[in-house]
Design a protein around this ligand. Structure first.
Ligand SMILES: [Cu+2]
Length: 446
């Protein structure tokens, strides 16, 4: 979780490589490198058109420089070490030190020039997903232009003709490079700051990996059976919360570059999709939702007024996507009597402990022996006990008195007296019949 100290030092992880820093204004722009997975808050612009910068959870926004009237960015495609959660680092491919890559932010009407340096061992390209641009800038290796060879820098240049939420990713050895973590978001703010303004604007890229527990590098030929389900290459319980002030207008932009759809469900609110890959959704065409399915290769942004204080879960509703890698290949032992087999195994391994006879909740409680460099499949502690989640899960923390621009974790919500589920301490009915059915392990009929 991001704490106050990390917030104060936001930007401290930003390094500029020496060679690039010495470049002339007409040469390559600085190649900024991010060295931490902590969420970085971008200050509001002081020159040019005004906009409210987005907050990329456990990510950052790529700095730019002005060269005449052109906004210049420098993306570096390279191998990175990404801290996916506390206790787990993966060898991925990404941009400028991290996977996912930095969010690119600009304004409708801007002309952008994006230098892409390839430090990968194979060629790459960058496709600007959803952008309206000249065909030769579209980044499909071999089709739009020659793929960028290792060690070379190519330049993409185009006008941002529409605002909205877009993505970028390679279109060269695409399956491998995306399985390694190469992707980022591209947000174009409206030219008119009065058009659909929000107080908080979050970016989440849904991505997935197949990393065997205890290993560091994703398997790249996996087609559907991924075992780590991430937001911005980060896993619960270490995905930062979405911190929101009571009464704020909030936008959440979600892009999906995994190989399956994700129904993103947020508790405590209903909300409306206000933007898709294609552009802004007119008011008359919106309808209320509590879960939004994000199709593969698509983007949805939804908005709500944060009028309900509390700690509200936000997660993918595919339950195996809120679970980390250890959850795969575990057989179902619910209802199985493991006493006999436990006695037999304990003769050889006295510490053996059977698990899962009454469900898997016990796994969220105990710290199991797990291999180095992985994350427990069900984990995270809340104010009332284990949360038993993983993967694509976080918490929207809506609080009174949060200053604009403050994203530091306010801690857990204290439910006002009389508004929390309580234990019934009165008389209970006779549960004997149910208990017998459970312990006898034979189905009861009639
Ligand atoms: Cu999902």
């Amino acid at each position: 979780m991001m704490n106050r100290r990390q917030m104060l030092t936001a930007g401290a992880g930003l390094m500029v490589t020496g060679a690039a820093a010495r470049a002339q204004t007409t040469g390559l722009p600085e190649a900024a490198v991010m060295e931490t997975a902590a969420t970085q808050i971008t200050p509001r612009p002081t020159t040019g058109p005004d906009y409210n910068p987005v907050v990329t959870l456990n990510g950052w926004t790529l700095p730019y420089r002005m060269n005449g009237n052109v906004k210049e960015f420098h993306l570096v495609a390279e191998p990175v070490e990404r801290e996916m959660a506390d206790g787990m680092t993966a060898n991925l491919w990404g941009y400028n030190g991290q996977s996912t890559g930095p969010t690119i932010e600009a304004v409708e009407g801007d002309r952008v020039r994006i230098f892409v340096t390839n430090k990968l061992p194979e060629h790459t390209s960058v496709h600007w997903h959803g952008m309206i641009l000249p065909s030769g800038m579209d980044g499909v290796g071999g089709l739009s232009h020659k793929a960028i060879p290792p060690g070379k820098t190519y330049v993409y240049e185009f006008d941002l003709v529409k605002s909205g939420t877009f993505m970028y990713h390679p279109h060269a050895d695409e399956m491998v490079q995306m399985a390694m973590g190469m992707m980022g978001m591209f947000v174009v703010h409206p030219k008119d700051p009065a058009f659909m303004p929000v107080d908080r604007d979050f970016c989440i890229m849904l991505n997935a990996f197949d990393i065997v527990p205890g290993s560091y590098t994703p398997r790249v030929m996996t087609m559907t059976d991924f075992n780590l389900w991430c937001w911005n290459s980060r896993l619960f319980p270490d995905i930062d919360p979405l911190v929101v002030g009571l009464g704020d207008r909030v936008r959440v932009r979600v892009g999906n570059l995994t190989m399956t759809n994700h129904p993103i469900h947020m508790h405590g609110y209903d909300f409306e999709v206000t933007c898709t890959d294609g552009g802004w959704v007119p008011k008359a065409a919106r309808w209320p939702e509590v879960s939004i399915d994000i199709p593969v290769g698509a983007m949805r942004a939804y908005e709500f007024d944060a009028v309900h204080p509390g700690d509200w879960a936000i997660h993918c509703h595919k339950s195996h996507h809120t679970m980390n890698a250890m959850g795969h290949d575990v057989p179902n032992f619910i209802g199985a009597d493991k006493r006999r087999v436990t006695d037999m195994i304990r003769k050889h391994q006295p510490e053996f402990m059977p698990m899962g006879s009454s469900g898997m909740a016990e796994m969220g409680m105990m710290s199991m022996e797990i291999p180095d460099n992985t994350v427990p499949m069900m984990t995270g502690w809340g104010p009332h006990g284990p949360i038993e989640m993983g993967g694509m899960f976080s918490v929207v923390k809506v609080r009174d008195g949060i200053a604009p621009g403050d994203y530091s974790d306010p801690g857990w919500y204290e439910n006002p007296p009389g508004t929390e589920a309580w234990e019934w301490t009165g008389e209970l009915p006779d549960f004997t019949r149910n208990d017998n059915a459970r312990t006898k392990l034979t189905p009861t009929r009639g």
